[in-house]
Structure formats: structure tokens, C-alpha cells
Write a protein that binds this ligand. Structure first.
Ligand SMILES: Cc1cc2nc3c(=O)[nH]c(=O)nc-3n(C[C@H](O)[C@H](O)[C@H](O)COP(=O)(O)O)c2cc1C
Length: 178
């Protein structure tokens, strides 16, 4: 049984990256893994997760009071065996909602090291269009020391046949985790 944290970023619901996240989650749940999922792009106004800088001198990153990322997401991440980052490509990079949560890793960089990871990304365009996002994710996985258990870069995401094929890959990655 692995502890898995799934972080998604898209505000599009139901969207293409949600299809991959749901498929991964289904596969992982079938093996009774323990799963916590945070859908950053679907949070309401009560729960903003973009960085909120307190005007505290000398602080590079400030943390708002009663912040869900601080109270819930980061403790789950610290305890996790596997981190799954799920996003959609916006302007050749990962969308801002997911990035806002990744940026919160900063205070815990060392404690967060040495987990495993899965990357699930969708884009309307081609594999070539996804080159920068792949490199970004690979550098992040290397920096965090999070070896990959399998990644899916789902190009041509509005092609439902291709999306289903990529969702099956995501399902199989989830299903191999014990
Ligand atoms: C703001 C915005 C920027 C986008 N930029 C790109 C892009 O640079 N290249 C691309 O191939 N697709 C781009 N797309 C398309 C999305 O990557 C694509 O529709 C994806 O399937 C969305 O995933 P989602 O349904 O999970 O949100 C963009 C979409 C939005 C809304």
C-alpha cells in the first residue's frame, strides 16, 4: 500500500487532464493505495491557493493564515510515497494553478526529497509543442529526487480516441503501484 498525493491544476471540469487523473486514480485505488487528491484549479474563492505574500520584511515566501495548502496539502505531501502532478499546458508551460502549489514546496524542499513521481500532462498541440514542459518536469523530478514511475504527455488532447489511449496508460501506471 502506497500513500499517493495527486495534485491537479486545471479549472476545466470535466477536462482532458481530469480524464487522465481519474484514470490514474481508478487504477491506484484498485490496489487499495491510500490516495489524497487536491484539485487546485477547482478551489473556490474561500480557498485561494495562489501565493499570498504577507508584508513581512525578509520573507521570500509568505503564508496566509488558515491556508489549506499549508494545513492539509503539504502535510499529505510530506507523508506521501508517490506524488502525481496533473496539468494542462498553457502557453508551453504548466498552468498557473498547479504551479502555484508547486511553488509552495519551497519551504520543504529537503523534507520532500526522495519520493516517486508520476507526471500526467495534456496539450492540444503536438509532442514537439510539449518539449519545454517535458524538460521542466524532468528537471523538477531530478531536482526533487523523485524517480518516475511513468509519465504521460498526452498531445492532441481534444482527439477523444487518443485521449482514451493516454487515459489507459495513466490507469496502468496507477494500477502498477502497490
Ligand atoms: C490559457 C490556455 C493556454 C493554452 N496554451 C496552449 C499551448 O501553448 N499549446 C497547446 O498545445 N495547447 C494549449 N492550450 C490548450 C490546452 O492545453 C488543452 O486544451 C488541454 O487539453 C486542456 O486541458 P484541460 O482540459 O485539462 O484543462 C491552452 C489552453 C488554455 C486555456
Amino acid at each position: 500500500m502506497a500513500k499517493i498525493v495527486i495534485l491537479t491544476g486545471s479549472p476545466h471540469n470535466p477536462g482532458t487532464s481530469k480524464t487522465l487523473a481519474d484514470a490514474f486514480e481508478k487504477g491506484a485505488r484498485e490496489n487499495n493505495n491510500q490516495i489524497y487528491r487536491y484539485d487546485a484549479g477547482l478551489q473556490g474563492a474561500d480557498n485561494p491557493h495562489f501565493l499570498q505574500l504577507k508584508k513581512t520584511a525578509g520573507m521570500e515566501v509568505g503564508i496566509p493564515d488558515n491556508d489549506l495548502v499549508e494545513k492539509e496539502v503539504l502535510p499529505k505531501l510530506l507523508d506521501a510515497d508517490v506524488v502525481v502532478l496533473v496539468g494542462s499546458m498553457y502557453y508551453f508551460g504548466i498552468n498557473a494553478q498547479l504551479k502555484a502549489v508547486i511553488d509552495r514546496f519551497y519551504d520543504y524542499n529537503h523534507e520532500l526529497k526522495d519520493k516517486h513521481s508520476v507526471i500526467l500532462m495534456t496539450a492540444y498541440g503536438t509532442q514537439e509543442d510539449m518539449a519545454a514542459i517535458k524538460l521542466h518536469m524532468q528537471l523538477l523530478q531530478k531536482y526533487m529526487r523523485w524517480p518516475s514511475l511513468g509519465d504521460v504527455y498526452a498531445d492532441d488532447s481534444w482527439n477523444s480516441d487518443k485521449l482514451q489511449k493516454h487515459a489507459q496508460e495513466a490507469y496502468e501506471i496507477g494500477h502498477q503501484i502497490h
